[in-house]
Design a protein around this ligand. Structure first.
Ligand code: TYD
Length: 212
């Protein structure tokens, strides 16, 4: 069995978590074994780094420190989770990956994208996503959804949601640019569609690739 590394990307409030739950269930029904994880996080060490990154004031970290923390967490996830799962022939569904750093810290935050890509090349030992689903949503709508979710679940991880709309618009554009530049890897989906339609489009895409 071939392991596949599938990442799920997009701005705030695009419904990634619901999508991953549905996709996992649909893959299981096809007899495909998978592991789901998320960034930042996914291993005990990376989850500790996640708390540092997502809680507290907006100005807690400058862009560079933030990026280095993200990469420390990413390295741990690659070495201790993603690689071993792929080696066992399992699929890995990852809620965000390095394209989020390119979009958030690069496109939104202004950090040099070439630097982010170089750093990734150094730490990743050649690992690349086989497929990326982009759940695209207008940030005005996505932020309203995400803010509502944070308020109703008493979740303290709102550091990025507090950043201005213009920041989130740049992030969206950056994701759309990556989808345009990597048409073979990216599957772009309108995140305002009903969840069952989003799942159906994703499964059709996997079918077309001959992976099911
Ligand atoms: P999360 O609760 O997973 O948000 P979402 O449900 O929107 O995915 O929190 C992850 C936050 O971290 C999200 O606001 C985006 C941010 N982030 C970055 O800024 N850069 C990154 O490389 C990653 C992986 C996440």
């Amino acid at each position: 069995m071939t392991g596949r590394f599938v990442t799920i990307e997009g701005g705030e409030g695009g419904g990634k978590s619901t999508f991953i739950l549905g996709l996992g269930l649909a893959l299981s029904q096809k007899g495909i074994q998978f592991q789901a994880t998320r960034e930042p996080g996914g291993t005990p060490g990376a989850e500790e780094i996640r708390s540092l990154l997502l809680k507290g004031s907006v100005k807690r970290w400058d862009r560079m420190s933030e990026t280095l923390l993200l990469f420390a967490a990413r390295r741990d996830l690659i070495v201790n989770f993603i690689r071993p799962a792929l080696k066992q022939g399992q699929w890995v569904l990852c809620d965000r990956f390095v394209d989020s750093t390119i979009a958030y810290q690069g496109g939104g935050g202004g950090l040099d994208v070439g630097f982010i890509k170089n750093l990734y090349d150094v730490i990743s030992e050649g690992l690349k996503p086989d497929l990326t689903f982009l759940l695209d949503i207008d940030p005005a709508l996505g932020l309203a959804r995400a803010t509502h979710r944070l308020a109703t679940t008493q979740n303290e991880e709102g550091r990025f949601e507090q950043m201005p709309l213009s920041f989130h618009q740049k992030i969206r554009q950056s994701f759309l640019d990556m989808a345009h530049e990597n048409p073979d890897r990216y599957c772009l989906i309108d995140a305002t569609l009903p969840p069952q339609d989003i799942l159906q489009l994703a499964m059709e895409h996997l079918e077309k690739k001959g992976w099911l």
